[in-house]
Design a binder for this molecule. Structure first.
Ligand SMILES: [Zn+2]
Length: 459
């Protein structure tokens, strides 16, 4: 069976042919770790996790790299506000991100490189760009000269000449061209910085992905993933940097072969934003719903399409999965039969929908069709269909046993937090402190925020 994937660069659905069949290589732009991940952030992690699962059905080895941005102006700001070091802040939220994604059934990437561990690689990268005359210095910054890369705009299909003459915001006077972007900038006073040929400074955001994907995967690699909002300028800039390392302009394909972009997430048809106060944190949703319910919701629309969710849709997904739990109680076969499938046409049908550009709505329709067939058939056929259903649920990551340890502990944690909230309301601060200590012993750190108590595991 062939695998097909949509590719943003060619705007086509293409057969997936890996560069090296023995090792499929994928890169995804990971989170900037300075706050709790919201449901929109989780979509990239969940759809990419499914992509890896699907590829593993065909290829033995899939190397999946997803970076952690642990240096950035927002991080510097947040650390200052919270009066903690940048390392303390980023380590905490890195851990929280991984825990929340684990609750959604997302496996850890093969490797999660942290930007600050690759500063030397970024400096070497920028040096080459300067030597190749693709970068210039201005006001102490090193900027990438987007006019030097003739394919700039190829991914996002922007016509760059129109932009130059258009009525967009006035260009910053230290830039030769509006689209030029910072590779390196100076650090002042208490800002974190690293020694470089251009003085004490720190990298811009875009350069980290180019440097880390090159170092961790080698160029070109197979698939680059990320949210659709990163297409421009972030991914366009990654291409420009990575394709300007040699003599002359290399084509975008010399960076990676497929661009896999997932759509936005909205709540009640409204974009989640801080100013509207409608940001749904994964952590808060997990208080009400199992991780597999949230995961099913994130997979219910095709990954390329926008995804809208509501309290109502989450309730429906919850009921749906509970209904399926019935099958786990059917005493029809030995456990191994659930896992071991030989020539199961039902499963082949299900898998073919995922091989066709990770078409989850179609996969779920096929799954439902199989479910409807279970009751009115022979015992032998019933076993085959049930085997397929179990295996299908497992690939999607929404099977019953997908509850992880954290989720199992959640009941007890929530109980203690509730007791502590009550103690605080009743001004019984001794009891509140005792409960906090008790949670600490369970490696649970709590934080009182205007939106209620937040908790996270410290280990
Ligand atoms: Zn990136």
């Amino acid at each position: 069976m062939k695998i097909y994937l949509s590719d943003t660069l060619s705007k086509k659905k293409k057969e997936f042919i890996p560069i090296d069949h023995k090792n499929v290589r994928i890169y995804a732009c990971g989170p900037t770790v300075y706050n709790f991940p919201h449901f929109g952030n989780a979509r990239m992690a969940v759809v990419t996790d499914l992509l890896v699962r699907v590829l593993k059905q065909k290829y033995k080895k899939v190397t999946f790299i997803s970076n952690i941005t642990d240096i950035d102006d927002k991080i510097i700001e947040a650390a200052k506000e919270q009066n903690v070091t940048i390392g303390e802040l980023t380590n905490k939220y890195h851990l929280i991100y991984n825990q929340d994604m684990e609750s959604l059934g997302v496996s850890l990437p093969t490797f999660q490189p942290k930007a600050t561990d690759y500063i030397a690689d970024m400096i070497d990268f920028i040096k080459i760009l300067v030597d190749n005359k693709c970068a210039y210095e201005s006001d102490g910054n090193i900027l990438f000269d987007t006019d030097s890369y003739k394919y700039y705009g190829a991914l996002s299909k922007r016509v760059m000449n129109d932009q130059k003459t258009g009525t967009r915001v006035k260009k910053a006077n230290y830039k030769r061209n509006d689209n030029d972007f910072i590779l390196w900038k100076p650090s002042f006073k208490n800002e974190p910085g690293w020694d470089s040929p251009w003085g004490l400074g720190r990298p811009g955001w875009h350069i980290e992905c180019s440097a880390m994907s090159k170092k961790c995967l080698g160029l070109p690699f197979d698939i680059h993933c990320g949210g659709v909002d990163l297409t421009f300028p972030h991914h366009e800039n990654e291409i420009a940097q990575s394709c300007s390392l040699g003599n002359g302009n290399l084509k975008p394909e010399s960076f990676c072969n497929y661009w896999f972009h997932n759509g936005f997430v909205t709540f009640d048809n409204i974009k989640m934003s801080k100013s509207l106060g409608n940001i749904k944190l994964v952590r808060d949703l997990l208080k009400k719903y199992e991780g597999r319910v949230l995961r099913l919701c994130l997979l219910s629309a095709h990954y390329k399409q926008p995804l809208d969710f509501s309290e109502n849709s989450l309730k429906q997904f919850k009921n749906y999965l509970h209904k399926l739990d019935y099958f786990y109680n059917v005493n029809f076969s030995e456990e191994y039969e659930r896992e071991k499938i030989v020539n199961n046409n039902y499963f082949e049908e299900f898998l073919s929908s995922l091989f066709d550009d990770i078409n989850t709505p179609k996969a779920l329709r096929i799954l439902n069709d199989h479910i409807s067939k279970v009751r009115n058939t022979t015992l032998t056929e019933k076993k085959i269909i049930l085997q397929s259903i179990f295996k299908s649920l497992k690939i999607l990551g929404i099977e019953k046993s997908s509850l992880n340890k954290l989720e199992n502990d959640k009941g007890e944690i929530m109980k203690l937090i509730k007791e502590r909230e009550n103690a605080r309301k009743n001004k019984n601060f001794n009891l509140a402190d005792e409960l906090r200590d008790k949670l600490k012993k369970m490696h649970i750190e709590i934080e009182d925020t205007p939106d209620g108590t937040k908790w996270f595991k410290t280990k």
